[in-house]
Design a protein around this ligand. Structure first.
Ligand code: ATP
Ligand code: MG
Length: 337
């Protein structure tokens, strides 16, 4: 008998344009699961609205992300590519899990602390931002996910999803598979180009802090030239030189070579030459992705068909789990008249 394939789920939220961090830490890692696993890759629009978004821009970004997914090598015939809000079971399951999660564990999420710390004083914090890890748990659990390929910043949230699943299973009966985070070895955390102590994020206000997958070559050259380094002047791979270390990590993740090998290439050379090499490496990697994504963005009907079919497949799987959950907590099934 054919063995049942393990299930993979992951997502990116359209809270900004896709960065090199998202591409190396998430998307590139997703591609390698496609052949041997049943993969669900989502565009998490419901997560994006935990912070206010410009409606028109949000819709545009969703399509852009889908185009980048496909252009980067996600195959819509192998993997299910879909938009989160097109599968209502995410929101419904999220409520059932909100009643299983507790305030204490949500308050301990470091990302919530970091994101709220960045907000200006007197800015109101949406309850959605606080509850976001529960929606993420729902995203993962309704597909009976085994593996969640994410950057290291999301590890804590995947662990929370696992805790919530375990609690639901023991309060009712076995319902969910316990998911496990899969972190990319070479690109677990790409850092901010202006402040290499924090991670690169698409929602950052300073556009020099990130490289976008759709950035033009001259923009990439400029941003890398401006990337913060140090006064040592030697290309070393050490925590004492976090800016340089980050640039080495970027090259190492793109080329699939060890950081030490990158260091060797620049023995006796300065930062200018090194940065030019980093920029050209990124440009070369992103060129085919940009060409394909820009072409896809002119084929709206094709994209619609892809996310339409993706939603159908995702809905089918998600509804099965949601019905189980509803039954277990004691909701009366509706009658169809
Ligand atoms: P935001 O600032 O709005 O939170 P983000 O850049 O953190 O945006 P997310 O949508 O939160 O992006 O995360 C999508 C995926 O990309 C997750 O798997 C996350 O772990 C991964 N990721 C995000 N930033 C990085 C990074 N700097 N390095 C590696 N992986 C990253
Ligand atoms: Mg994030």
């Amino acid at each position: 008998m054919e063995e049942k394939k393990k299930i993979v789920f992951s997502a990116i939220k359209p809270s900004g344009e896709i960065t090199l961090g998202n591409y190396l830490g998430a998307i590139k890692n997703w591609i390698r699961f496609q052949d041997d696993y049943e993969c669900y890759y989502c565009i998490a629009d419901l997560h994006a609205i935990t912070v206010k978004q410009e409606p028109k821009l949000l819709r545009k970004r969703v399509l852009e992300i889908l185009a980048i997914y496909i252009a980067s090598g996600l195959d819509y015939e192998k993997s299910t590519l879909f938009v989160q809000s097109h599968v209502p079971a995410h929101s419904e399951a999220s409520w059932l899990l909100t009643c299983t999660a507790n305030m204490g564990e949500l308050s301990r999420m470091t990302q919530y602390k970091d994101k709220t710390a960045k907000l200006k004083e007197n800015t109101s914090i949406s309850a959605g931002l606080f509850n976001y890890p529960v929606l993420m748990a729902a995203d993962i659990l309704i597909y009976n996910t085994d593996f969640v390929p994410v950057g290291i910043d999301q590890k804590q949230h995947v662990e929370l999803a696992r805790d919530i699943a375990q609690r639901f299973n023991s309060s009712y009966s076995d319902t969910f598979v316990l998911p496990e985070a899969k972190i990319s070895e070479s690109a677990a955390k790409i850092m901010d180009l202006q402040d290499p102590e924090k991670k690169m994020s698409k929602s950052d206000d300073n556009e020099n802090s990130y490289i976008l997958v759709l950035d033009k070559p001259e923009v990439i050259r400029r941003k890398i030239a401006r990337a913060v380094t140090d006064s040592v002047g030697v290309v070393n791979y050490t925590d004492e030189q976090p800016g340089v270390k980050n640039l080495i990590n970027i090259v190492s993740a793109i080329k699939g070579i060890k950081p030490d090998e990158v260091v060797k290439l620049f023995e006796g050379k300065g930062y200018k030459e090194f940065k030019e090499y980093v920029a050209e490496t990124i440009i070369e990697e992103l060129k085919p992705v940009q060409e394909k994504a820009n072409e896809l963005l002119t084929e709206k009907e094709k994209l619609e068909k892809i996310y339409g079919e993706g939603a159908m497949k995702a809905n089918y799987h998600a509804m099965k789990t949601l019905r189980k959950m509803q039954k277990k907590v004691g909701l009366l099934p509706p009658v169809r008249l």
